[in-house]
Design a protein around this ligand. Sequence first.
Ligand code: UD1
Length: 418
Amino acid sequence: MDKILIKGGRQLFGELDISSAKNAYLPILAGSILCSGNVTLHKYPKFDDVTNMVEILENLGGKKNIVDNTLFLDMKNLTNFEIPKELACLTRSSIFSLGSILGRFKYAKVAYPGGCEIGARPIDLHIKGLQALNVKVVDRRGYLTCDGRDMVGGNVHLDFPSVGATENIMMAGVLAKGKTKIYNAAKEPEIVDLQNFLNKAGAKIKGAGTSTISIEGVKNLYDVEYTPVPDRIIAGTYLIATAMCGGDVTLNGVRPEHLQSLISKLDNNSCKIVTKGDKIRLSSSGRFNSIDKIETMPYPGFPTDLQPQIMALQTISKGTSLIVENLFETRFKHTVELVKMGADILIEGRSAIIKGVNKLYGAEVVATDLRGGAGLVLAGLVADGYTTISNIGQINRGYENIEQDLHSLGADIKRISL
Ligand code: UD1
């Protein structure tokens, strides 16, 4: 079993190229099910979640070829509208495929999804949205079976701006007869990216990035070549790492406008941030003053996917801070591990009160989920002595090679096999 071993205490210096976003790639792969042609996707990232999603497409009958960093998918002859349990449990994004499988086949059978254990993660909004498009959904024995023979465009009012439900319904509307409108849609940049990808393939979608999305059904989607947006969560993780360790790091190939909620928290607090085009440069003295309060919110609010990393920063900041987790009710599992390293954290429901300590100490910790694992890596970078992180399969789901990236910036970090 691989582990990550870190000896804390090094500052970070240098430049890093940021990969494309997992959360853009996954729905775009689901969207490619709607294309009865060739799909070419550049900057193919080697995240386990993305590899698993490609396996799901192959199981539906898609053919893949990877040359350098480009993924070629031949989606002409799909034969299967079912995602079995053993594949669905590998990634939560399997559920995002319901809408596109329905669009392509008018039927879909998808097992309940896997993903991070960070809360109940219901799928009621996905189901209600599809029902509003006249899809008949049967939920039995761990499978959702959908009959979309009478699927037509319709109006969907989401009770909450769920990212996955917005994407799923958007994809269902693409090949449905008539117009679909999604109200209270999520506004994440990855949803805009999905719209741009689908429109390039021939879809007629407007409004992604706002709270109302309109889709006019079309008959077919065709060949498409696309480069998904860079990963704002990976970029954010490395910005926070530099803020914690001290140093001077430039990230290349990013979209600074996607990171404003983080930049506004870090800039001028022992950090200086300069953005220019697709670059962000952060220099830091490494002694941060705690941020009074951070609340996770749907975009453009502070992302829940950066909550564990910003918590790691707060553990060694001067003063006390409050983090309120509004998105996922049990997304504080990493705190137990941070406490093993000497952090002072009190959890009360959805709130965490963090009293900054002078030092964290190296310990043997477990990556509880993908972003929680990233938070532990950051804590290890500043801890006294050695930190060993196990269960790093969770981290591989969304970081291509976190230890190589940080090592290239000067951190003493490596992957070890035990
Ligand atoms: C996506 C991201 C994930 C991120 C999350 C929130 C991908 C592949 N994953 O996940 O990294 O942490 O957005 O930014 O893009 N909800 C319901 N019913 C539903 C669906 C969701 O109640 O049918 C609730 C969830 O329990 C949660 C909230 O809505 O409390 C947000 O979830 P959602 O936006 O759907 O997250 P995901 O799309 O699963």
